[in-house]
Design a protein around this ligand. Structure first.
Ligand SMILES: [Zn+2]
Ligand SMILES: [Zn+2]
Length: 228
């Protein structure tokens, strides 16, 4: 079946649904009217751990790490974590539109993001891509690039499979991820790196380390939500 026929059928079979409650909504919307009223209460304007503005937060700081980590939502809020889990599983476009819009809005408060020449995403291993046929972080990055009128480029590749991070300690996470990324061509000096969730920051740290080792001077990171 051709891709366009498939996506037509997909849209017909799976109508546009509210990102939080899955009620059917008009095509251009991302939330139903009831959920729209809740939206603001899930938004973050500062780091929930230290209370500082994102540009002053050092919760994830490491010498070769990100120069900034931004995230519009808290993963601790049930509708947000449930929505991100569905997005990760199915890659729904409505979810990408919803999260990338809030990510784009947040970058406007951090003018350094303007300097980014390219937007890239945390990659998945080729075997994971074959399984799902999409990388949800890449879908977010492509939407964000479109909103910020920047170029999306897949700067990173994942060169080996890694164990799931969930059950690991911070030190084990670092070891698990060590040298799991490589670059896919020249790296510009300022990059905006996208992922879905910031947990301990170890994935972002490793990706930023790889980008900086290969020529990036500043790497600003943005995720849809933070689990801290
Ligand atoms: Zn709803
Ligand atoms: Zn902090």
């Amino acid at each position: 079946m051709g891709k366009s026929l498939f996506s037509f059928l997909w849209r017909w079979l799976i109508p546009n649904r509210c990102v939080f409650c899955s009620r059917m909504i008009p095509e251009k919307e991302t939330l139903c009217p009831a959920c729209s009223k809740q939206e603001k209460s899930y938004l973050l304007t500062a780091c929930p751990k230290c209370g500082r503005s994102f540009s002053l937060c050092t919760c994830h700081a490491s010498p070769q790490g990100p120069d900034l980590i931004l995230y519009p939502f808290s993963y601790r809020k049930a509708p947000i974590s449930a929505a991100l889990k569905r997005f990760k599983k199915f890659g729904y476009g409505t979810y990408a539109r919803f999260f990338s819009l809030h990510m784009a809005r947040l970058t406007r408060y951090y003018p350094q993001c303007e300097e980014a020449e390219v937007i890239c995403a945390i990659p998945v291993h080729a075997s994971a891509f074959r399984e799902k046929d999409f990388n949800h972080a890449e879908i977010l990055a492509v939407h964000l690039a479109c909103l910020l009128k920047k170029e999306y480029r897949p700067l990173l590749i994942k060169t080996r499979k890694t164990a799931p991070q969930k059950a690991l300690t911070a030190a084990q996470r670092r070891k698990n991820l060590h040298n799991c990324f490589s670059v896919n061509g020249p790296v510009p000096s300022v990059v905006l790196l996208v992922d879905d969730i910031t947990t301990t920051g170890s994935t972002l740290n490793e990706a930023v380390r790889t980008l900086k080792k290969n020529g990036a001077e500043k790497v600003y990171c943005i995720t849809a939500a933070s689990a801290i």
